[in-house]
Design a protein around this ligand. Structure first.
Ligand code: C2E
Ligand code: CA
Ligand code: CA
Ligand code: CA
Length: 278
């Protein structure tokens, strides 16, 4: 008995140490990657249901590691969120995209929005308003608007500070979108707190829309509350024409997903995005 307990605890401690050191290594590498500009923003188009036009895109980070290849944000974003590195990632994303927009070969657009993912830590931090102001200052003629996607992964407290920040962002014309709606636990509260312009329907719901009655019911409900609150809806993870047709019939206003395009490099996105100005 004693032997077994000893063996077990020894085993457990090596496992924990291994996991810990792997996390620390990744964290260390991530800090370095930021310094070396290895975190590259990709953009996935967002399409308006009614017109079929691309009306914006979501910025999604890719880590181009010289030896390990592409590392998925699913691997490093949660880690960065726990360690405060996320604010550097957010700022570097905004900065890279603003620089790309500023480059000479991008034609001004109108009513186009670029959505950035922000985490709770970004939102508690008043710098986010400064970064958005800086983005606008850098891209005065581009015509691109800023959207911020807020997740429920780590909740943003409804404090006076957070409210003041919302007002600043609103005054800057920044559009708020609630990400992963319905998959967290604070979704109705978020609708009151942020008064979003968009609600994103998570790909978990999109994927089951044709086969699972409960997911279909949830999507119908999300659309209903969005319409009541004068919000638009972006269905993500649209992979097939029949999903698109079904979602459009249900009243979804915007689509995003592999059916339209995977996330692509910034240059390709801006090259392929039809310019709505004459
Ligand atoms: P998300 O915000 O829910 O982003 C949507 C994810 O779904 C992206 O994964 C996208 O590539 C993927 N996707 C898009 N269309 C389809 C489709 O048709 N089918 C399927 N199966 N997947 C699709 P990605 O790029 O791997 O990003 C994963 C998550 O990492 C994002 O989920 C977001 O929460 C987070 N993330 C990415 N970049 C950033 C960032 O710069 N800052 C923060 N805070 N989070 C980020
Ligand atoms: Ca998102
Ligand atoms: Ca999402
Ligand atoms: Ca998601």
């Amino acid at each position: 008995g004693v032997f077994l307990t000893l063996l077990l605890s020894a085993l457990l401690s090596t496992i924990t140490t291994k996991t810990l050191s792997r996390r620390n290594t990744l964290l260390f590498m991530l800090g370095k990657a930021l310094d070396k500009n290895e975190l590259i923003p990709f953009i996935q188009p967002i399409v308006e249901a009614q017109s079929g036009n691309t009306v914006g895109g979501e910025v999604l980070m890719r880590w181009k590691h010289p030896q390990r290849g592409h590392i998925s944000p699913e691997q490093f974003i949660p880690l960065a969120e726990q360690n405060g590195l996320i604010t550097r990632i957010t700022q570097s994303g905004l900065c890279h995209v603003a620089d790309a927009l500023n480059s000479a070969d991008i034609i001004p657009a109108r009513d186009m929005t670029l959505f950035f993912n922000v985490s709770a830590a970004d939102f508690m931090n008043h710098d986010i308003a400064d970064w958005c102001r800086e983005f606008r200052r850098k891209t005065p003629l581009s015509g691109w608007q800023i959207g911020l996607e807020i997740t429920e992964r780590e909740p943003v407290e409804d404090t006076q500070l957070a409210q003041a920040l919302c007002e600043q962002l609103d005054a800057l014309g920044v559009q708020i979108s609630i990400d992963d709606f319905g998959t967290g636990n604070s979704n109705y509260r978020y609708l009151m707190q942020f008064r979003p312009r968009y609600i994103k329907i998570d790909k978990v719901f999109t994927a089951g829309i044709e086969t699972d009655a409960s997911r279909e019911a949830i999507v119908r409900n999300i659309i209903a509350i969005a319409q009541d609150m004068r919000c638009m809806t972006i269905a993500e993870g649209v992979e097939t024409a029949s999903q698109k047709v079904k979602l459009a019939a249900m009243g979804v206003t915007h689509f995003q997903g592999y059916y339209f395009s995977k996330p692509v490099e910034m240059a390709a996105f801006f090259r392929n995005t039809p310019n709505p100005l004459p």
